[in-house]
Design a protein around this ligand. Structure first.
Ligand code: NAD
Length: 419
């Protein structure tokens, strides 16, 4: 791209993080120049027949940041705030994430600016199929493999897989991950990101000498990542005292009834009207006194405006980009142990990788195998990041970015990829 249309507050943040790590690593400036921007960014019009008969034209995006290590990989987001800058930032973070956990995959992201809660099932299906048709020549099992993200789920992945397969004339399950198990999905994918968050909290607590059974947790966002994190935290004996979703938050310092919250969310697709605990805003929720805070919703939730008021000991970033660089500096001074997004939420892409491998081999694993392999990969990555952070006296985010970026930069030099 010749201009900087892809830049926005979120992509500035991703580039700022990259620059800090690249400076520290002393990366070849030619490679750094290439890595600061995506390889390819697409904006597509997605005309969709609405239930009332009129055609609404949505705007869709797919940004492919870097594929030096393997095919592009990254989720598809349906949310009103989706724009080219946000998708570009998320694509860049995917590159570092895949590299950090040692996957032979690159970084991409996509999305449609829409509010899925206001669309009917038919409308979401039509919009998804048209979006898939628009990006069809740029995705594929060896090229770019989408997955779910905020606002999308296994049904949306099934429609993408079906549209792609219709064009190819045969079933191509390996074109997406996060599909239903019935059509080539893997066991354990739905829970993978939330499981990964909790595996990382367990490692952090061991490192800090904290007994999690005496701890409290607060989780922002109650979707795929947040609800599974809440469930697993409760399973290991953590008292969950605060949860929230787009409709607001709920707090009970004695502990919320996790099983009942999950039932409400399952039935209503939100926590709205939930009769448990007191009401609290999303802003107040983040500032509750707790041991473990898990942001699992949107970017830029923890900024210089509220970071000083956070009262957690461990911040486990289920969401992508929830903390700004200014907030990072404040949290560092406060001694909060941050498990950065590209490590904390990497469970999703790790099990997506397992799904892709199983599809390519037509040979499927048990859930126990999936979970064991996931935990091994994430635990290894946690200790690599911790060692890097101790060796270079840097925080966990910088350490994780340094490992991820360094592997990509080395691969680019080997391949002469930047010129
Ligand atoms: P989801 O759509 O399943 O759930 C999102 C949740 O956030 C919902 O409960 C929604 O109500 C809530 N939410 C939306 N706006 C909010 C706001 N302003 N304040 C508080 N809550 C709000 O999405 P998800 O898949 O759980 O993704 C959540 C985050 O995790 C995103 O940042 C995503 O990029 C990241 N992530 C997801 C995966 C995955 O496998 N799904 C993997 C890695 C990272």
């Amino acid at each position: 791209m010749s201009t900087d249309e892809w830049r926005s507050a979120t992509s500035e943040m991703a580039v700022q993080q990259f620059d800090i790590a690249a400076d520290r690593l002393v990366i070849d400036p030619n490679v750094a120049g290439r890595l600061r921007r995506p390889e390819r960014a697409m904006i597509v019009s997605v005309p969709t027949r609405m239930d009332d008969g009129h055609v609404h034209v949505f705007t869709g995006y797919r940004v492919q940041h870097n594929d030096v290590l393997g095919p592009f990989k990254g989720g598809i987001r349906y949310h009103p705030a989706v724009n080219l800058g946000e998708v570009s930032a998320l694509a860049m973070w995917m590159t570092w994430k895949c590299s950090l956990v040692g996957l032979p995959l690159g970084g991409a992201k996509g999305g449609i600016a829409c509010d899925p809660a206001k669309l009917s099932r038919n409308e979401v299906q039509s919009m998804t199929r048209r979006f898939t048709a628009e990006i069809l020549n740029f995705i594929g099992p060896d090229v770019d493999v989408p997955a779910p993200d905020m606002g999308t789920n296994e049904q949306v992945m099934a429609w993408i897989m079906d549209t792609y397969s219709q064009h190819k004339g045969h079933a191509v399950p390996e074109v997406v991950t996060g599909k239903p198990v019935a059509i080539g999905g893997t066991l354990g994918r739905r829970e993978a990101t939330g499981h990964g968050v909790v595996y990382m909290v367990i490692e952090a607590a061991k490192h800090l000498g904290i007994d999690l059974t005496k701890c409290t947790a607060v989780v922002q966002g109650f979707g795929n990542v947040g609800s599974i994190a809440v469930k697993e935290l409760a399973n290991i004996g953590v008292r969950v005292i605060g949860v929230s979703d787009r409709t607001g938050g709920f707090v009970d310092t004695k502990g919320l009834p996790v099983g009942k919250l999950l039932e409400v969310a399952d039935k209503n697709h939100s926590l709205e009207g939930c009769p448990y605990g007191g009401r609290i805003s999303n802003e107040e929720l983040l500032e509750l006194k707790c041991d473990v805070l898990v942001p699992a919703a949107l970017e830029m939730q923890i900024t210089k405006a509220n970071a000083a008021r956070l009262q957690c000991r461990i911040l486990a970033e289920g969401a992508n980009g929830p903390t700004t660089p200014e907030a990072d500096a404040i949290l560092r001074d406060k001694g909060v142990f941050v498990i950065p997004d590209i490590l904390a939420n990497a469970g999703g892409v790790v099990v997506s990788y397992f799904e892709w491998v199983q599809d390519l081999q037509n040979f499927f694993w048990t859930e126990e195998e999936v979970n064991k392999k996931l935990r091994d990969i994430l635990t290894k990555a946690f200790h690599e990041v911790l060692n890097m952070s101790q060796k270079h006296s840097v925080d966990m985010r910088l350490a994780a970015l340094m490992i991820g970026i360094d592997r990509v930069a080395r691969a680019m030099l080997w391949r002469g990829f930047y010129a």
